[in-house]
Design a binder for this molecule. Structure first.
Ligand SMILES: NC(=O)C1=CN([C@@H]2O[C@H](COP(=O)(O)OP(=O)(O)OC[C@H]3O[C@@H](n4cnc5c(N)ncnc54)[C@H](O)[C@@H]3O)[C@@H](O)[C@H]2O)[C@@H](O)CC1
Ligand SMILES: Nc1ncnc2c1ncn2[C@@H]1O[C@H](COP(=O)(O)OP(=O)(O)O)[C@@H](O)[C@H]1O
Ligand SMILES: [K+]
Length: 501
């Protein structure tokens, strides 16, 4: 688990590393610059190409100067450094790196205003103007300068954080940011890099390690954590000898209407392929033939017309409700029945969430430890409109804590908010998964993991990870444009077994 720190905490980790490793601040900057250059050398091997390095006068600018010097040492022939002296302030490490640069023959110039900047016509720009020290939106000279650079046709490589981009906190919709084709960031992705707003400003991000003290960063107990494969390997249990279907639980999936029966089939398939001992689908009678021909391993509990189905609550180790269920009177009654009669954690998705959004009294009946899986629109229907993803995160955290539930906010980096106030960012999945029915499969996986006896928290972390991982295994090596949810479900047994060896 990689703690994702805010800028203030990163500064603390810098300071701790400097005093306890110990390493001089200027040497830590040298290490960061070297890590950047190591990556840059491999990806921009043409040493004749002109590179413009734009440096502010803080530590981000200091990195830029050190990087320019190192690229020069690596025989990059055309490096042009511009220093923006838009204020009198300069950090000590910036000043030391300027002295070091002056001992080379790398050309540099200083400008006091954006108007003085002349076009460099360099195909590559290294952005070292401002990094994680940003403390207000860009205005004045920086704003003008960044607007100018955004109009230049060049590949922009940002050091640590693109200039003008807040590493955490709400991002204004009209923020002026130096748009980066690539960000080479130090130690960890910044929290806002993992939120959808980043897509407007950052095309690609690479993380390079600069050796900040790991024990210290863990001790800060950040609410924001990035889930890695090794975390899932620790949680996922292999299937044991002498076990039988009873060992792996019985999941009930309440889903589907006549026109949206596919949602019921896909979530039930998600449950079966994720390893539930038994999966029953509670569906309208009109879907029975489809269910049996799609996956004969599934069992059915029939919903007939207006009468409620006779559900034997004790039979099921978990229940999921919502995919394709509709929001009519029958669906509402069914959801109310479940919330009244079933006392273990349940999974609520799609129309289950929409029903709660319009009947908020139901909120009070959700069993503790239940898992809600909204995408952005469902989330806002439940908890009110949000103008930024950062605000959505804070709401998810607060609601999860107050209601003692797990909220899985679905996206590229799906986030699980827990009752303990943690926000776990998932590291798998890809855009080929952006297709209808994908969330239904996740719902089935979660119900399956609960039925198998995983805690709600482990079910969330494992479920979201393996869902994305199966999508990655299908899409990435085969360069598939889209992965269909049914295929993804079929991949799950392999994905899971690879994670338990
Ligand atoms: N020891 C360290 O602290 C390390 C820091 N590193 C680099 O240091 C960067 C952070 O450096 P700093 O904290 O000096 O900050 P920056 O270099 O990001 O910014 C410099 C200063 O600009 C001013 N500023 C902020 N927002 C502004 C705005 N909108 N308009 C005009 N001026 C503004 C602030 O006074 C800020 O301190 C990181 O992003 C990273 O690149 C790395 O060298 C690794 C080690
Ligand atoms: N661009 C993307 N990158 C990564 N994962 C994605 C992307 N688009 C969708 N997904 C994943 O696919 C699922 C879509 O869920 P949802 O919107 O509820 O779909 P549906 O309601 O059609 O079943 C989520 O788990 C989400 O994380
Ligand atoms: K920068």
């Amino acid at each position: 688990m990689l703690p994702l720190l805010t800028s203030a905490d990163i500064r603390k980790a810098d300071e701790y590393t400097i005093s306890h490793e110990p390493v001089a601040s200027i040497d830590l900057m040298e290490r960061a610059a070297r890590a950047f250059v190591g990556w840059f050398l491999n990806h921009f091997p043409d040493k004749q190409k002109a590179i413009a390095v734009y440096c502010g006068t803080g530590n981000n600018g200091g990195d830029g100067l050190a990087i320019a010097r190192m690229l020069h040492q690596h025989q990059y022939k055309n490096i042009y450094v511009t220093i923006t002296r838009f204020s009198d302030k300069a950090s000590a490490d910036f000043t030391e790196n300027l002295t070091r640069l002056q001992h080379t023959d790398v050309p540099f110039k200083e400008v006091n205003s954006a108007a003085e900047v002349t076009a460099e016509n360099c195909p590559i720009i290294i952005d070292a103007l401002l990094g994680s020290g940003l403390n207000k939106p860009l205005d004045g000279e920086y704003k003008h300068f960044v607007e100018y650079l955004n109009s230049v046709d060049a590949t922009v490589v940002a050091i640590d954080v693109p200039t003008g981009f807040f590493a955490e906190g709400a991002i204004e919709q009209d923020a002026v940011v130096l748009k980066a084709d690539l960000v080479i960031t130090f130690q960890q992705p910044k929290i806002n890099f993992l939120l959808p707003e980043a897509s407007h400003y950052i095309n690609c991000c690479e993380v390079v390690n600069i050796g900040l003290d790991e024990e210290f960063t863990r001790s800060l107990d950040s609410p924001y954590q990035y889930i890695e494969e090794k975390d899932i390997r620790k949680l996922l249990k292999p299937r044991k000898r002498f076990t039988n279907k009873g060992t792996y639980g019985h999941a009930l999936i309440i889903a589907g209407e006549e026109k949206t029966m596919g949602a019921a089939l896909l979530s039930s398939a998600g449950s079966a392929y994720a390893g539930a001992g038994l999966t029953s689908a509670c569906i309208p009678a009109s879907g029975l033939t489809a269910l049996n021909s799609y996956l004969p391993e599934l069992m059915a509990v029939i919903r007939d017309g207006n009468s409620l189905p006779d559900i034997k609550w004790d039979k099921y180790n978990s229940i999921a409700i919502g995919p394709g269920l509709g929001t009519g009177e029958n669906a509402l009654e069914l959801l109310s029945e479940v919330l009244t009669n079933y006392k273990r954690p349940i999974v609520i998705d799609a129309d289950g969430l929409n029903l709660i959004a319009i009947n908020s009294v139901l909120f009070g009946n959700i069993p503790q430890g239940s898992i809600l899986t909204p995408h952005m629109k469902e989330f806002d229907r439940l908890f009110g409109e949000h103008t930024s993803w950062w605000d959505r995160l804070q709401t998810a955290r607060k609601q999860a804590e107050e209601r003692y539930i797990y909220i899985i906010l679905k996206n590229d980096y799906t986030i699980t908010a827990t009752p303990q106030g943690k926000l776990y960012f998932n590291s798998t999945s890809n855009a080929a998964m952006a297709t209808g029915g994908m969330g239904d499969v996740l719902t089935g996986i979660l119900a399956s993991l609960l039925a198998q006896g995983y805690s709600s928290e482990d079910a969330c972390l494992i479920g979201v990870y393996i869902h994305g991982k199966a999508g990655d295994e299908l899409a990435l090596p085969n360069r598939m444009n889209v992965v269909l949810p049914g295929k993804l479900a079929q991949q799950l047994p392999l994905t899971m077994s690879k994670l338990t060896v």
